[in-house]
Every structure is written in C-alpha cells, then in structure tokens.
Design a binder for this molecule. Structure first.
Ligand code: PGA
Length: 243
C-alpha cells in the first residue's frame, strides 16, 4: 500500500483532485468508482473547480457509485444519487447516461445487484475506485461481521453506520433507511486501482487496522491489503496511529 499523509484535508483534496483530473485528461474514457460521505466533499469541490479551470472534458467518463439506500433513488433527499448529482454530476455536466448507480427503489433488489455488476463489466471494469472508510472499518457498505459477501448485495446497516448517515437526513436517525445496496468486496477488489481517503481522528483506528492489522471480516478494509495497487490519502489525524 502506498500511503500519502497531508497536513490538512484541503491539501489532500487538492492532491486527489489533481490526480483524478490528470487521469481524465490523459484517458477521457476513464471508468471511475465513486464514494459518498463527508470525507470526499472537499475533494469533489476541488475537482469541480479544477475541472472548470482546465476546461476538462467529462463527456466520455463513466462513473459507478459504491452504494445506495434501499427505498431511495434519484430525487429523494438523503439518497446518494441525489448527493452525487448535486455535488459532482451536475456541476461537471456528467449526463445520466454516463452514470451507473444502484437503484434502491428497484422491485427486485437481487436482480438489481446482478444488473449493476453486469453494467460495470460491460463498461470494461473500474479503472480507479475511490473509497471512504467507516469508523467501523467498512468500505462501501460492507459492514464488519462474521462474514463478508463477495458479490454486490443487500446489506442491513449497523447502528453506527446509520448514525453516521443521520446528517444526510436532517440529523434524524429514524429517517435513515435500515438497508442499503452495496458493491461487494469482489466488485471493489476487481478495480484496477484503488485510492482510499480518510480524514479525522475518528478514522485513525480503522485506518490502522486496515493497514497494519490482519485480514479480518471484522475490518472489511483490511482486505485491501490483497490488492496490488492501493493508495491511501490521509490527513495527519487519520494517520496518527500508523507511527
Ligand atoms: P464519511 O463516510 O466520509 O461520511 O466518514 C465514509 C464511509 O462510511 O465510507
């Protein structure tokens, strides 16, 4: 794993925005895997600003997001699709036809997961997968537990993950859906390259366990150690337990 530590999240966001902008400039038909959450917000802001400054062309890029809440979709406040539309897709002019997303309102959720994996494969696979990490060590919504699921699947969210998402629902925990759809570990690990971003002291323990700990389903991010091209972009607080 290649680890980069930045003084503050603004510097991390700027470096990552440059990295992704350079990739899109060099390879306009790049397939990006994208996360939601608080961590990537400064990065998305910087990417939009940098893209405008450079006049970057996004018309051939394809995107696939990691996860979505069951019962929510485009247009629903709190949905990850809406988050992405507002923060990235609309500002960059990324059209719906370029966007891959799990549909939390699908009638047959199992079929929706299979459709999504097929769509990623049909796009040629993910070139660069960006990931956040939960304070509990989850990636996407692959939650810690006795086992992990390789394929894209329906997840029952742990209390800690629901609480971490309350801010997208006006701070009301009761409004956070109890289930989500998530790219599975296999789908994530099939990406050609992975960059995990983490900021803040509350992620330090999960980062340490992911990087230095044994492979364990109790820390899903620890399985990133199996991937040949993983980079971590950390701020000083998230890196503080790496010594
Ligand atoms: P966060 O979420 O960026 O809001 O901390 C990250 C995650 O849970 O994967």
């Amino acid at each position: 794993m290649h680890i980069s530590v930045f003084d503050h999240e603004g510097a991390l966001a700027a470096a990552l925005a440059t990295r992704v902008a350079d990739l899109v400039a060099a390879r306009p038909a790049t397939v990006l895997g994208l996360p939601t959450g608080r961590t990537p917000l400064p990065f998305y802001e910087q990417l939009v600003a940098l893209s405008r400054a450079r006049g970057l062309d996004w018309s051939e890029v394809r995107t696939f997001n990691l996860d979505e809440f069951v019962g929510l979709g485009a247009g629903d406040p709190g949905s990850y699709r809406r988050f992405m539309e507002e923060r990235l897709f609309a500002p960059l002019g990324i059209a719906p036809g370029q966007v891959g997303f799990l549909d939390g309102r699908a009638g047959d959720l199992e079929a929706e997961c299979a459709r999504y994996e097929a769509a990623i494969a049909a796009a040629g696979g993910i070139d660069l997968q960006l990931l956040g990490i939960g304070a509990n060590g989850h990636i996407g919504f692959n939650e810690p537990g006795d086992h992990l699921e390789a394929p894209t699947h329906v997840v029952t969210l742990l209390a800690r993950s629901r609480a971490a998402n309350a801010l997208w629902f006006g701070g009301e925990l009761a409004r956070v859906p109890g289930q989500a759809l998530s790219m599975g570990m296999a789908a994530i690990l099939r990406s050609r390259e992975i960059i995990l971003l983490a900021t803040g002291a509350e992620k330090a323990e999960a980062v340490q366990a992911a990087v230095r700990g044994p492979l364990t389903t109790r820390v899903p991010a620890s399985f990133l150690q199996l991937h040949p091209r993983v980079s971590l972009f950390l701020d000083a607080e998230a890196a503080e337990r790496l010594g």
